[in-house]
Design a protein. Sequence first.
Length: 103
Amino acid sequence: MNLTQVDWVSQFEADENAVILDVRTEDEFNEGFIASAINIDIHRGQDFVTEIEALDKNKNYYVYCRSGMRSAKACEIMNQLGFENAYNLIGGITEWDGEVIEP
């Protein structure tokens, strides 16, 4: 499901079962990420699928990438793998106006 930043954030903040998932490359992730995000690179093919399958399907996933394209694809994959709640951040981190953690 695609959510605007306002909806994504308000839903995430009210969700005690939430996980933020960054599907960009490790290099992109290391340039800055949304607080508490875990990084699983969608470009890693089968390794991406394997790592996603290891996640708790009972949690709700708030997914983002640079612009919203890769994360939309990641949400589709997650839905196919049996994750009921995967929420794509429209516009990705490029349009994010919240805090960005720089490692």
